[in-house]
Design a protein around this ligand. Sequence first.
Ligand code: NAD
Ligand code: USQ
Length: 387
Amino acid sequence: MKILVLGGDGYLGWPTAMYLSNKGHEVAVSDNFVRRQYDYELGAESLVPIASLQQRVKTWKTITGKSMPIYVGDLTHADFVYEMIGNFHPDAIVHFGEQRSAPYSMIDREHAVYTQVNNVVGNLNVLYAMADLDPNIHLVKLGSMGEYGTPNIDIEEGFIEINHNGRKDVLPFPKQPGSFYHLSKVHDSHNIQFACRNFGLRSTDLNQGVVYGVETEETVLHPDLATRLDYDSVFGTVLNRFCIEAVLGHPITVYGQGTQIRGLLDIRDTVRCIEIAVENPPAAKEYRVFNQFTEEFSIKQLAELVANTWPGGARVELVDNPRTEALAHYYNAKHTKLVELGLVPHLLSDTLIESLFRVIEEHKDRVNWDMIRPMVNWRKTHNPSHA
Ligand code: NAD
Ligand code: USQ
């Protein structure tokens, strides 16, 4: 298949592009490099050094003989999106190309507006380009488990049957996201579902949990093929951060009491889930939702697991929670559809987080300790000068 990977320079987009290329698909990657720009803005950097996208693609070609065209541009520019899709003619578009940090979206008004415009407008341009150029293209869109929030009932995969006043219907599962970033994903989901109904598009919305790990079969082939690993409190995600904190000898920063529960998955399962979604497309006009995670953990469990696995041991510190999120809550989210289609999960208990520790050890001297403590607070302070 011809597959266009949007956000192909990112943490997950780059390993997915190589994985799909290795499986024999014809892959093109697209990015505007804004993720590298956020690093300059924050004074942060990937723990693992990363090559430019051009160098990555060149090394990939040298090692495997496979070409990977690059489209450089911003998805919020419609002309760019139309030209790219018209030029490459993909069978499937895998859309990773959004601002993906909840704390970044909560810095202030400007960052909230940027996040929602970037994500919602970019996604809308992709939907319109598909409708105008080829409604048969399958959009595989990265959403988030955080779209659902933490309701006091089981979370279904996208839809729930509701009985109300003697009538019943199958309706989108209620959404109660916890940041302006997560809200942008909810808006995307609604726009995609409407575009399927209205323009006859087909799409898979993947509500992905928190990803951990940094190595896939492809990233380890050469240092130029490595993907980024974020540890700063704005872009670093929880399990990656906890492992880095342990190796550094920094306390493991559990927000609140650590009783929050989240769905997680290994980066090797992310790339496989995308392959499964792409190779099993929905029917024309179908909008479907898969919950893409493999296991649930409380944040405290993750902290203890890391502290007990790191040979030197680690101190767990309960930090004032900078976020507005439910602490003690019910959580039981369905996640069977990808397994039914062939996903065999890498479970955390069988996974060598030792391999993550090894990569971190190798690069620990690059860490800027000032970037670890939380620096964004969800509860906006009164600031009349910015009214
Ligand atoms: P990332 O920030 O590393 O990668 C996203 C890429 O998209 C970046 O390279 C960025 O430059 C690019 N991009 C952003 N806006 C763009 C625009 N307007 N035009 C062109 N390119 C643009 O993020 P990631 O961790 O690889 O996440 C990829 C996707 O998966 C995101 O949509 C994210 O919401 C979702 N997701 C990530 C995780 C996780 O744990 N990392 C979990 C669930 C869902
Ligand atoms: N947390 C800590 N300590 C830390 C960092 C995080 O206790 O040092 C806690 C947070 O309070 C939160 C949980 O860990 O309860 C997860 O935080 P996170 O930063 O790992 O994940 P989140 O902000 O939800 O965002 C990440 C990705 C995002 C994706 C989402 C999937 O950045 O792109 O959509 O995971 S999900 O969480 O399922 O919504």
